[in-house]
Design a protein around this ligand. Structure first.
Ligand SMILES: NC(=O)c1ccc[n+]([C@@H]2O[C@H](COP(=O)([O-])OP(=O)(O)OC[C@H]3O[C@@H](n4cnc5c(N)ncnc54)[C@H](O)[C@@H]3O)[C@@H](O)[C@H]2O)c1
Length: 287
């Protein structure tokens, strides 16, 4: 089967491409290499895929590309390209979100209509920002088969450099201070990237058209507890610097995964300590 993955050079997209290739699928990746973080990091994410004979990358923005050829013959489309994160979604940066999240999604959905209406899996967020209102519209009015996933704080090797675990583990590696936003009492439901990939693929295979599924690790953990576990995993003491709570940050998140368990057979398989060890090993390999 031909699968299209948008955001293929990103953190989650690159893992998803590898998983599809490992199961014998043909993968066409799309990525614009936006400058949210360095291209060099995204090239490293893609290295294993680029070596695979069933992988092809189309470089460009979804808003600008001629998507007919991209989508031709695709059975499944995984839409992970986006301006991720919520912290910059204010003021002058706002246009980035309407452009890369709303417009890009609308272009992809329009192009999917004449392209045999492939199954589309859309990566949304626990923050639900970027949950483009166009999705239910295209599902209901045009009969596109769209499944939406709400990922809860994803971590693991290749995690984006703006994300907390990446920053904390890098600070531990380089013996630098750790900047912590807020009092450390905020809680998150952290999800290991391999579990996210499994849920995303299951959504394409067995998700209910129009369905929206939360995908979370199932443990609600306070940030200060995470910092303690990072000290355990790295064997290093962290020097903390307290910073103001960031606009857009939620105090607590916790996924109700009942629907994902029932329809997608979702199970979280990697506990936090084990996942942190994988990410720590990767952070050290990047030095
Ligand atoms: N990482 C998380 O914890 C998390 C949580 C919730 C939701 N998500 C969502 O999952 C998706 C993937 O997140 P990620 O952490 O892998 O982010 P990422 O930034 O690593 O990957 C996104 C990729 O999309 C590409 N891209 C952005 N705009 C594009 C456009 N207009 N056209 C083509 N390519 C474009 C970027 O160059 C980047 O490589 C995003 O939709 C994000 O909002 C992620």
């Amino acid at each position: 089967m031909k699968a299209v993955v948008t955001g293929a050079a990103g953190f989650i997209g690159s893992h998803l491409c590898e998983s599809l290739l490992a199961d014998g699928h043909e993968v066409l990746g799309v990525d614009a290499f936006t400058d949210y973080y360095p291209r060099a990091a995204k090239e490293k994410n893609l290295a294993a895929c680029r070596d695979h004979r069933s992988f092809r990358l189309v470089e460009g923005r979804l808003q600008d590309l001629d998507l007919r050829g991209v989508l031709e013959g695709a059975g499944q489309v995984f839409h992970l390209a986006a301006q991720a994160g919520v912290r910059a979604s204010w003021g002058r940066e706002f246009a980035q979100y309407t452009d890369h999240n709303v417009l890009a999604t609308q272009r992809l959905l329009e192009a999917a209509l004449p392209a045999g209406r492939p199954r589309i899996v859309y990566a949304s967020s626990s923050s639900v920002y970027g949950d483009a209102p166009g999705l239910p519209l295209y599902q209901k009015s045009f009969g596109l088969s769209v499944v939406s996933l709400r990922y809860f704080t994803v971590y693991g090797p290749r995690q984006r450099p703006d994300m907390a675990f990446h920053r904390f583990l890098k600070a531990a590696r380089d013996a630098e201070p750790v900047h912590v936003f807020g009092d450390g009492g905020q809680t998150r439901d952290f999800t290991y990237v391999a579990d996210i990939v499994a849920a995303t693929r299951a959504a394409a295979d067995s998700g209910r058209p129009g369905g929206v599924y939360n995908v979370g690790g199932g443990e609600r953990i306070a940030l200060r507890e995470v910092l303690r576990r990072i000290e355990d995993v790295t064997g290093r003491r962290l020097t903390l610097v307290r910073e103001e709570v960031q606009k857009g940050d939620m105090r607590d998140t916790f996924a109700d995964t009942a629907a994902a368990r029932a329809d997608l057979g979702f199970r979280s398989t990697v506990p936090l300590g084990e996942g942190l060890e994988h990410e720590w090993r990767w952070i050290r390999s990047q030095a």
